[in-house]
Design a binder for this molecule. Structure first.
Ligand code: GRG
Length: 282
C-alpha cells in the first residue's frame, strides 16, 4: 500500500475508534464532547503515533488507544482555547465552536471530560506483558507534556508573552511547549509501543521536536494576516514578528532537521518522511 493510502487508512482507523469511544451515554455532555471531537480535524497527532509504532515494526492496534487519547487531549485544548476567556473564537473547523453551540458552561465541562477520558482510555489500553512498563511511561509522560511543563505551560506563555518584544528564543520556547509537547508525545508513545531502544527514542524525539516547531510556524504563517480583534492584545506569532519569508525558511529547516534525525538513526519510514514533508505544503 502507498504512503498516502496508508496514512489515510490510519486516519480512518482513528476516526472509527474515536466514534466508538464517544458512543456511550447519550447525555448533553457527551453530545458536546462528540461535537468537539468528531467534527473534522486532520488527526495529525494520532496518525503520527500509529506511523511511528509501525515504522519500528510495532503493532498499530496496540498504539491506537494512546493515539486516540492524545487526540482527545488535543481536542480538549481546542475547546478551552476557543472559550471567551481565552481566544474567544466563534468558529472551529468551519462550524460554531463548542461553547457557541452548547454554551460556555457545557463547553468547559466537555473539555474537562475529554481530558479525563483520555487518561481513562490510555489506562484501559490492553497491552501484552512486555509493554506494561512502556504503557505506564506513556501515561506518565503524557500527563507531564500535556500539563504545566508542556502544553498548559505553553498556553500560559501564549497569554502572558508580549508579542511586541518577542524574540526568537522566547517564541521558540512558547511553541515547543504549546504545540511541540503533544506532537513529541505522539511520536514517543508510538515509539514505545514499537519497542524503541534508547537511541531510536532519542532520534524520534528530535524528529518530533522539529515537527512540532515546523507545525506551529506553519500555523502562524496562516494566521499572520488575521487582524487582531479590537481591544485585545496581539497574540505572539512567529510569522508576524519575523516575516513570512523567514518563517517559511524556518519551516523548511525544521523539516530537513526532522528527516536528518531519522536518517542518522537509520529509521527508514516513508510514512514519517511524508508526515514531515507535508508540513511544507500545508
Ligand atoms: C486549560 C483553560 C485551559 C486551556 C488549555 C492548552 C490550551 C488550552 C491550548 C493550547 C492548544 C493550542 C490552541 C495549540 C495550538 C496548536 C495548533 C496549531 C492547533 C491546531 O491543530 P491542528 O491543525 O487542528 O492539528 P485540527 O483541527 O486538524 O485537529
Amino acid at each position: 500500500m502507498g504512503t498516502e493510502r496508508t496514512l489515510a487508512r490510519r486516519g480512518r482507523a482513528v476516526e472509527r475508534e474515536l466514534d466508538r469511544i464517544l458512543v456511550r451515554r447519550d447525555t448533553l455532555l457527551y453530545q458536546a464532547m462528540r461535537y468537539a471531537v468528531l467534527g473534522g480535524g486532520k488527526r495529525f497527532r494520532p496518525i503520527l503515533c500509529l506511523s511511528t509504532a509501525a515504522a519500528l515494526g510495532g503493532d498499530e492496534a496496540l498504539a491506537l488507544p494512546f493515539a486516540c487519547g492524545l487526540e482527545l487531549i488535543h481536542n480538549y485544548s481546542l475547546v478551552h482555547d476557543d472559550l471567551p476567556c481565552m481566544d474567544d473564537d466563534n468558529l472551529r473547523r468551519g462550524r460554531p465552536t463548542c461553547h457557541r453551540e452548547f454554551g460556555e458552561d457545557i463547553a468547559l465541562l466537555a473539555g474537562d471530560g475529554l481530558l479525563t477520558l483520555a487518561f481513562e482510555v490510555m489506562a484501559a489500553a490492553p497491552v501484552p506483558r512486555r509493554l506494561l512498563a512502556a504503557k505506564a511511561l506513556i501515561i506518565h509522560e503524557t500527563a507531564r507534556l500535556a500539563g504545566v511543563d508542556g502544553m498548559i505551560g505553553g498556553q500560559l506563555l501564549d497569554i502572558t508573552y508580549a508579542a511586541e518584544t518577542a524574540t526568537e528564543e522566547g517564541l521558540t520556547e512558547l511553541m515547543i511547549k504549546k504545540t511541540g509537547a503533544l506532537i513529541v508525545e505522539a511520536v514517543r508513545a508510538g515509539a514505545r509501543i514499537g519497542g524503541a531502544k534508547p537511541a531510536a527514542l532519542k532520534a524520534l524525539t528530535l524528529y518530533g521536536e522539529n515537527l512540532g516547531l515546523a507545525f506551529q510556524i506553519r500555523d502562524d504563517i496562516h494566521d499572520a494576516d488575521e487582524t487582531p480583534r479590537k481591544g485585545l492584545p496581539a497574540v505572539p506569532n512567529y510569522a508576524r514578528t519575523f516575516g513570512p519569508d523567514q518563517a517559511q525558511e524556518r519551516v523548511a529547516w525544521h523539516v530537513q532537521a526532522a528527516l536528518a534525525a531519522l536518517a542518522a538513526a537509520s529509521i527508514k519510514s516513508p510514512d514519517l518522511c511524508r508526515l514531515a514533508r507535508q508540513l511544507m505544503e500545508r
